[in-house]
Ligand binder design. Structure first.
Ligand code: PMT
Length: 402
């Protein structure tokens, strides 16, 4: 499961000379939080920015800085560490180390170690914008990408040198996210997955709307895990405050009608469609152009039915594996089964809402999976990312059986 994704993995963190080197400490801590064993290699230059003792104490291992360390095994350490690594991350990666690795130069501990590495490598270029945009540096980055290295795009903004542009060290949590991604099995490779998440908002007037409590967490978790597992993911999202998963195409929408257009136009090109969004069943028949003033004691808003997006998709679907979610406050089994049939779904995920550990806004969810053939499977309460893993496992198993 995700929390333990790096459990017992050996990660070699390579730190090069850049002002952002202090952020590698945060990367180290986050990797350890995920259960990884971390070893650190530093270039000579980075010692001007940060001491090796920091990395030594935090990693609990000697730090490898020169091929000629006095340690008893130092002469072969670059080979041993390369053999034992599950993944290598170079963060920050300077123009110098990128150029050396791209061209097979081995003239210090880090570049020599890199020639012996066989596991996946994540490279986080981090430097001044002009240097990053330099054609030679871009050419070398392209070579690394072509050689199968994962490049984490640097952030954009004001750099320590005062220039504004690309070249910032990415957020440490993004670096760790890409590391977990790199080590995740890619069983969804080649699959196009379309997901909806969050609530819809149905305007009453320019300042008021009808909506619900969906936070988007469940749908975003599925999008993130599907991307980790190699899928090409599009996420149609109502208004939420959840961090966007990396490398996922996000289509923001507000109303059910906008969600319908986006979902149905993406459906043909999709292998797996998962509709997690809590769509408002009704919208105001008329949206006022200006803020409605309070006059009478009572106010009546006339509502009209929104289209049932999933039902339309169920009628249109051909090869797609179509999954719905059912949020219920009671009679989960009956209501979920009714929706599965009415919407012509392959699977529906039922969850009781209103429970503190399940449904709207929570970190965890307690779900029951209902299948087209009448089978059902109740899962214990788990983290929404873990629910996403199990759900994708079950979907892939059913697709393989087809
Ligand atoms: O976002 P979170 O805070 O993490 O909460 C997650 C969740 C509780 C929203 C999620 O787990 C969930 O249950 N989503 C479905 C909520 C819902 O609207 O269920 P429903 O029973 O009303 O709809 C059934 C299915 O039809 C859903 O897949 C829904 O997207 C779809 N639908 C509903 C109405 C409509 N007009 N068009 C639709 O496509």
């Amino acid at each position: 499961m995700l929390d333990n994704n790096l459990k017992d993995k050996t990660i070699v963190l390579c730190v090069c000379a850049g002002i952002a080197a202090y952020k590698s400490v945060e990367v180290l801590r986050l990797l350890q939080k995920q259960g990884a064993r971390v070893r650190v290699i530093m270039t000579q230059g980075v010692k001007e920015f940060i001491g090796s003792l920091t990395f030594q104490v935090l990693s609990g291992n000697p730090v490898f800085t020169t091929l000629f360390d006095k340690g008893e095994d130092s002469s072969i350490r670059h080979i041993e560490w390369a053999e034992e690594a599950d993944l290598v991350v170079i963060a920050p990666a300077t123009a110098n180390i990128i150029g050396k690795i791209a061209n097979g130069i081995a003239d210090d501990a880090l570049s020599t170690f890199m020639l012996a590495v066989k596991c996946p490598v994540v490279v986080c270029p981090s430097m001044n914008t002009y240097m990053y945009e330099n054609r030679a540096v871009q050419r070398n980055i392209d070579i690394l990408e072509g050689d199968g290295f994962t490049i984490v795009e640097p952030g954009t903004g004001e750099l320590a040198c005062g220039v504004t542009g690309a070249g910032r060290f990415p957020e440490p949590r993004f670096v760790v996210d890409r590391i977990i991604n790199c080590l995740s099995p890619k069983d969804l490779l080649g699959k196009k997955v379309l997901i909806t998440a969050g609530p819809t908002r149905e305007a009453i007037d320019p300042v008021r709307y009808i909506s619900n409590h969906s936070s988007g967490k469940m749908g975003y978790a599925i999008a993130k895990i599907a991307e980790f597992r190699g899928a090409d993911v599009t996420l149609i999202s109502g208004p939420v405050h959840v961090e966007s998963p990396l490398n996922v195409t996000i289509i923001p929408v507000l109303s059910a009608l906008e969600m319908r257009d986006a979902f149905l136009s993406g459906l043909d090109d999709t292998d797996i469609a998962i509709k997690v969004a809590a769509v408002a069943d009704y919208r105001a028949k008329q949206t006022a152009d200006h803020k409605i003033k309070k006059n009478d004691d009572q106010m009546i808003i006339e509502l009209e039915k929104n289209p049932d997006i999933l039902k339309e998709a169920g009628m249109k679907k051909k090869h797609q594996f179509l999954v719905g979610f059912a949020a219920e406050t009671r009679d989960l089994v009956e209501n979920a089964r009714k929706k599965l049939d009415a919407k012509n779904l392959d699977m529906i995920v039922g969850n009781l809402v209103g429970d503190p550990s399940s449904g709207f806004g929570t970190e965890s969810n307690t779900v029951t999976l209902f299948y087209r053939d009448g089978k059902k499977e109740s899962l214990e309460s788990m983290d929404k990312e873990q629910v996403a893993h199990v759900l994708l496992d079950r979907i892939m198993a059913r697709i393989r059986e087809r």
